[in-house]
Design a binder for this molecule. Structure first.
Ligand code: HEC
Length: 184
């Protein structure tokens, strides 16, 4: 796997950045659609039973929404992080590079809502369009990703995610990124 991505990065270095193309816009629409479905579920879950209940909501709804969107759009839809919670959120080499660059951009003062990147890459001879968009940490996120996660919440997280790394965040830090791939 690692080898494949090294090759992909080299090829990608030669290709042009694909800003403001129809494919780039399509990815942005998918972000809106993903967030538009997940955020209300999260809020409803928090309101109905606090963070312990909402963890179950995130655990079931987030992958479900991603899978449905994938099926509808033909894109591979994922979220990744340098400190992942879900197993699926483990970044590959390309994603890790982009996430690191995103953190640098944030440190340089870029508005986190504007941080995104897209590139055409070739993996095993297949041309792919890859898109990532930063996900900032807001107030509502801290109950489950912050520096002071309460004991019952920690327990509920550990039950589903024994390898969890996704706590200790402060408001304004990047929690991770959307990462979408489309075969071209
Ligand atoms: C109720 C607890 C809870 C709250 C509040 C919460 N999350 Fe999460 N978050 C989770 C859980 C559980 C997962 C794992 C979901 C899965 O299994 O796919 C997760 C996963 C993620 C991921 C995917 C990457 C990873 O590490 O798995 C991102 C990105 C993320 N959350 C961002 C946020 C942001 C941004 C907020 C605030 C708007 C937020 N979360 C609020 C519980 C929460």
């Amino acid at each position: 796997m690692k080898k494949t991505w090294i090759a992909a990065t080299i090829v990608a270095g030669l290709s042009t950045q694909a800003w403001a193309t129809p494919t780039h816009d399509e990815a942005r629409q998918l972000v809106k659609s993903y967030m538009g479905q997940l955020k209300p579920e999260l809020k409803k879950g928090m309101k109905n039973g606090g963070p312990v209940n909402a963890i179950d909501v995130c655990h079931t709804k987030a992958p479900q929404i991603a899978a449905d969107l994938s099926e509808q759009s033909g894109w591979h839809i994922n979220r990744v992080s340098l400190k992942p919670r879900a197993k699926s959120a483990q970044p590959d080499a390309w994603e890790e590079e982009v996430l690191t660059k995103f953190n640098q951009q944030l440190a340089e003062g870029t508005n986190p809502k504007k941080i995104e990147f897209s590139q055409t890459v070739i993996v095993n001879g297949e041309k792919q369009f890859r898109y990532m968009k930063a996900i900032p940490t807001g107030n509502i996120c801290l109950a489950c990703h912050g520096t002071d996660v309460k004991a019952p919440v920690k327990e509920a997280i550990a039950k589903h995610y024994p390898q969890d790394q996704a706590t200790g965040y402060e408001k304004g830090e990047l929690r991770g990124a959307f990462s979408f791939t489309k075969p071209l």
